[in-house]
Design a protein around this ligand. Structure first.
Ligand code: ACO
Length: 323
């Protein structure tokens, strides 16, 4: 039976770093508050002329090089993002052109907020397992800085920009072992960007196009939901606490991440954490963390990884992977 396996990883972060100290000069906050509540020390912010496909292309090229493949080898592009280049075409279509992938490939974007990368992995895995594609680029890319209200201290300190990518390919040896996706639209008011194009441009005013979050309430739901997701993923695969080698979580908040690691029976040293340096890069955070730990040698071939995310929607999901 054909399965899918990660062949290469890549990531990209914009050059500009904004530290907590710099944020102290912009809003009523402190380095200490941000570090203690979130674990974030700095974040990367895109240059004014950088758009989503610039970040995504850089990450994708690095993933292709790491996989020792070229654009000619790719027949599926999935981009998870909430901050695309255009309303249409999709950022994935832009990448087909920018990377030089043969016209005729399948390409589309996925909107599942911070869970988008896990959703993208699931979809690409299904394409490959059913012979709809041979080699996929799955990318999470965000320019979240554009949808932040830089006068709202409760949100602007949390997010950053970046992109991460994996090359997923057909394989006899299983890589993606199981995926578990969920959504519940009932709590939209807790976390959203209240404006969208179908409301009309005339309604776009003030902070309407910016992230709005009741963080404290989201926090409680996230911890509870991710705990249940860990149980679901372990039991679906006949695993016990402590059986997974690495947790590669969505990097929203170190306290949420640590609670999930504890639930998995893992010490903090077995959790890949980039939140201090990257902040929350939404759909990009998991592939950025994965690429970081692959390149610094922590994650080794054949190790067992649990990827998990929780985000606006609410959406949440996990992927159990033999790397
Ligand atoms: N600096 C200083 N004080 C602040 C700041 C800040 N940047 N932001 C808020 N505060 C204040 C609040 O006004 C409040 O003050 P008050 O007690 O006088 O009213 C106090 O700090 C406590 O605020 P809380 O919101 O209760 O703080 P909390 O400990 O919950 O931390 C945080 C806030 C970091 C946002 C946390 O709730 C969190 O991480 N939530 C989950 C975020 C998440 O996972 N989102 C999903 C993914 S994102 C996506 O999908 C797009």
């Amino acid at each position: 039976m054909t399965r899918s396996r990660i062949r290469g990883t890549g990531s990209y972060l914009p050059d500009r770093v904004v530290t907590n100290a710099e944020l102290e000069t912009m809003v009523d906050t402190t380095d200490r508050w941000i570090l203690e509540r979130t674990g974030i020390a700095q974040r990367h912010i895109a240059a004014p002329d950088q758009i989503c496909s610039d970040l995504a292309e850089a990450a994708a090229r690095r993933a292709l090089t790491h996989a020792a493949l070229t654009a000619d080898d790719i027949d599926l592009v999935v981009v998870a993002t909430s901050t695309p280049d255009h309303i249409f075409p999709s950022t994935a279509c832009r990448l087909v052109e920018r990377l030089g992938i043969a016209p005729g490939a399948i390409a589309f974007d996925i909107g599942a907020a911070c869970s988008g990368f896990v959703y993208g992995l699931d979809v690409a895995d299904r394409f490959i397992r059913t012979n709809g594609a041979q080699r996929a680029l799955v990318i999470g890319a965000e320019v979240f800085s554009r949808i932040l209200d830089w006068e709202d201290r409760s949100t602007c300190v949390l997010f950053g920009d970046g992109a991460g990518a994996v090359v997923l390919e057909a394989s006899e040896k299983p890589g993606i072992l199981s995926t578990h996706l969920h959504a519940d639209g009932r709590q939209t008011p807790l976390l959203n960007v209240p404006w969208g194009v179908s409301q009309g441009y005339e309604r776009l005013e003030g902070s309407h196009g910016k992230v709005s979050m009741r963080g404290n309430e989201v926090f409680r739901v996230a911890v509870r939901t991710l705990g249940a997701l860990v149980d679901e993923t372990l039991s679906a695969n006949g695993l016990e606490r402590g059986d997974v080698d690495w947790l590669v979580p969505h990097q929203a908040n170190i306290r949420i991440m640590t609670a999930t690691a504890r639930k998995l029976g893992l010490p903090p040293s077995r959790m890949v954490s980039t939140v201090a340096d990257h902040g929350n890069t939404s759909a990009a955070s998991i592939p950025l963390a994965l690429d970081t730990a692959v390149r610094d040698g922590r994650i080794q071939r054949d190790e067992l990884l649990l990827l998990e995310a929780f985000g606006a929607g609410f959406t949440w999901g996990s992927a159990l992977i033999r790397y």
